[in-house]
Write a protein that binds this ligand. Structure first.
Ligand SMILES: [Zn+2]
Length: 218
């Protein structure tokens, strides 16, 4: 965290869209971010998930720019903007879906990185998003979902290879999840293979339902 804090100090922050100084995305540009993804982007094969919620569209250039900055530039500032975007989207889902809001007491989990990648990157972007959400909604945030071994980055693989790459890559190391409803957070979903495998591990530990919530569909 210290490294990113220093970088934020050294390079004055400017709005990615209009260049105004002071924020990664100024208020008026933030309001231009579109919520939701087109229907065609919901066709994922995620049988282990009860439902998946996709907050935005990766084809929105502003959103994808923020996500790239967040992921590859070791800066956590864009994470705050994206966290806020995710929070507003989730608020909308809860108001639109009464069952979700009333019936569910969510345990929040972030899709973990492997130890090696976590060390290399210095942070897990999904974890930062999950922390923002946990604070905003007072959901408990679990840490016991682990990644076993070290898989190749999914982005480097074909769709078919992605499934095999993450197979059995996750394990739940905490107490039984019997009866729990999980809200599983990740930044970008592509095929859904990673989320699906993580959900499989959570269900094996007893989870009653696993919902996926992601920033965007790549
Ligand atoms: Zn702006």
């Amino acid at each position: 965290m210290r490294k990113s804090f220093l970088l934020d100090l050294l390079f004055p922050v400017k709005c990615l869209a209009c260049g105004q100084e002071g924020a990664w995305l100024c208020e008026s540009c933030f309001r231009k971010l579109k919520f939701g993804a087109p229907e065609t982007k919901h066709r994922l094969i995620v049988p282990e998930l009860t439902a998946i919620f996709i907050a935005g569209d990766y084809d929105d250039p502003l959103l994808s720019e923020l996500i790239k900055k967040f992921k590859y530039n070791f800066l956590t500032g864009p994470g705050k903007v994206l966290g806020r975007f995710l929070i507003l989207f989730w608020q909308g889902q809860l108001s639109a879906n009464r069952n979700l809001a009333v019936a569910e007491k969510f345990l929040l989990l972030a899709v973990p990185l492997s130890k090696k990648r976590r060390r290399w990157r210095g942070f897990n972007q999904a974890e930062i998003l999950a922390q923002e959400l946990a604070e905003s909604f007072s959901y408990p945030l679990g840490q016991e979902l682990k990644r076993i071994g070290h898989q190749k980055p999914q982005a480097e693989l074909s769709e078919q290879a992605r499934l095999a790459n993450v197979r059995d890559a996750f394990v739940w190391t905490g107490a039984s999840l019997a009866g729990q409803t999980i809200l599983l957070i990740d930044d970008v979903v592509t095929t859904g293979a990673t989320l699906n495998e993580a959900a499989k591990a959570l269900k094996a530990a007893g989870a009653a339902a696993v919902y996926g919530l992601v920033l965007a569909k790549g």
